[in-house]
Each structure stands twice: as C-alpha cells, then as structure tokens.
Design a protein around this ligand. Structure first.
Ligand code: GLN
Length: 278
C-alpha cells in the first residue's frame, strides 16, 4: 500500500522542518507530483499516491531538504498573473517584485515605449505586457541564457509586444528612447551573510550582488536612465530594505523629481520611483 495524501504531507513536513516554509513547500511539491490543485489535497486527504508518485515526491523532498529552491524543483513560479518557467540562470521571481509591476502599471499609457533592465525570467516585463498590449516593451539582460528563458516565457503566454535583447542595461539605445524604465537589478552587498542562506545560494550571483555597497548597478541604471528617458519619463527600481534614502539621493542627483519611496508586503522599503525633469 502506498501513503495517502495526508501521510505524504506529514512525511514531507517532518523532513522539511528546517525550511522556512515547510507547509507551502510540501503543498507545492505534492501538487506538482500529483498534477492537481491545492484543493484536492484538502478534499481528498485519504487518496493514495501511486508508487511512481510516491518515489518522485520522496526524491523532491530529499532535494528540498538539501536546500534546492522549490521553484527549481518544479521548474516554475507564479508571478502576478503568469506561471513562469524558471531555471538556475536567473533570479527566482519574488512576490515583493509585484510592487514594481503595480507601480509601472499606474504610469503606462497606450503607445508608450517602456524598458525592463535585467529582465531575468521576464517576470516584470511579461506581467506588464500581458496587462498593456498597446505599450511597446523592450527587455534586456546581460546573460544570453536569461534572454532565452524570458523569450520562451513570452512564447508560452503568447505575449508579442516585447522585444528581448542581450546587453548591458541601456547601452546601444538612443537618447530619450523611453517613457518608462523599470528594473529589479542586483542590489545585495558583496559580503552580505544572507548570501549563504536559503534560495539565494542556488541563484546566479550576477543577479544578486552589486559591489561592496550593493548600489553599483543602481548607480549605473539611474545615470543611464537620465539619458535614455524622455523628459517627464519615469524610472522605477527595486532595492534593498536599507537603501531607500541612498537610492532617492541618486535619483535626485541625476535630475529626477517627484521621487517617491514604496514598501513591499513586509512593510520594508523596496522601490523608488521618480520622474525625469521636464
Ligand atoms: N530580493 C532578493 C533577496 O533579497 C534580491 C533580489 C535582487 O538582488 N534583485 O533575496
């Protein structure tokens, strides 16, 4: 006899007691193996797994116990309205980054040109493009593997108003090309101890770390954006929980006005938005 759903859940939760989110981890992995919705786990707890399902589940729990991110085990992560393919070539989309999506949506209007810098899996730009089919989007990433992953995600969701390009931030674009620029760049300090804990151990350092103070990339983005935005255009960047003041200062020095700070779901400062002076 194979274990039931509730027995498999209990087994998984016990094995993952060190994880920061054992209940969610087990739910996501069980649904993945059983190809079912979370509702089924609750409504049919006595249903038995097949031998193959149990073996697969036990293997995934074992890998999760070793620290592998759930999104790498299932190969996908939900973000905004989309289910996105993810792999080890990019950052795993975080719920907190949905803040940038909602801020950008408040500024985008039909016919505008917008850029997403360091697009990774394409999470930000594809969420925006799905909501705004009449805006032209460009998304860049330095890593060719990320560009390919994001292009596949666009194809998967039949999103056609995004052009993906390999490149460093805004290099190669003409001056005043954009009405809005959004980015979730690397912003962690090189020696931050968090880099040795949790999911970030399995993500590319190039997507996480940005020099000794974590602001090397944001500095470049703010400077370049001031040249490549049209007057009156908007810049939105995600940043670390203790970087808001310094990021606002960078915006100010580069000629942005109407600078505002925004908090994530955990009430931490997480994004700054500003408008290039007219
Ligand atoms: N928010 C991520 C983390 O702290 C980092 C994302 C980033 O550097 N852009 O794990």
């Amino acid at each position: 006899m194979q274990p039931s759903i509730s027995e498999a859940s209990a087994y998984g939760r016990a094995r993952l007691s060190e994880s920061s989110s054992p209940d969610v981890d087990v739910q996501v992995l069980l649904c993945y193996v059983l190809e079912c919705s979370p509702v089924k786990l609750m409504t049919a707890p006595e249903a038995e797994l097949t031998a193959a399902q149990w073996q697969r589940f036990a293997e995934l729990i074992e890998r999760r116990e070793q620290g592998e991110p759930v999104a790498h085990l299932t190969g996908s992560r939900g973000f905004w309205s989309l289910d996105l393919a993810v792999d080890a070539s990019t950052l795993i989309p975080r719920p907190d980054t949905e803040l940038l999506v909602s801020l950008a949506l408040s500024k985008l209007e039909p016919g505008m040109w917008a850029a997403d810098l360091g697009t990774g899996s394409g999470a930000i730009v594809l969420s925006l493009a799905a909501e705004k089919p009449d805006v032209h989007f460009v998304a860049t990433d330095l890593q060719q593997a990320a560009v390919r992953l994001a292009q596949n995600n666009a194809r998967q969701h039949q999103i056609e108003n995004v052009q993906f390009l390999q490149g460093a931030w805004l290099s190669g674009f003409r001056p005043q090309a954009f009405d809005l620029i959004v980015s979730n760049p690397p912003y962690i300090e090189a020696h931050d101890p968090h880099l040795t804990q949790g999911d970030v151990r399995f993500e590319p350092r190039s997507a996480l770390v940005s020099g000794a103070d974590g602001l090397m990339d944001i500095r470049q983005i703010v400077t370049q954006a001031s040249r490549h935005l049209k007057p009156g255009g908007w810049l939105l960047v995600e940043h670390g929980y203790d970087q808001s003041q310094r990021v606002q200062q960078l915006f100010h020095e580069a000629g942005f006005d109407a600078i505002t700070a925004h908090q994530d779901f955990g009430a931490q400062d997480r994004a700054v938005m500003g408008q290039l002076s007219v």
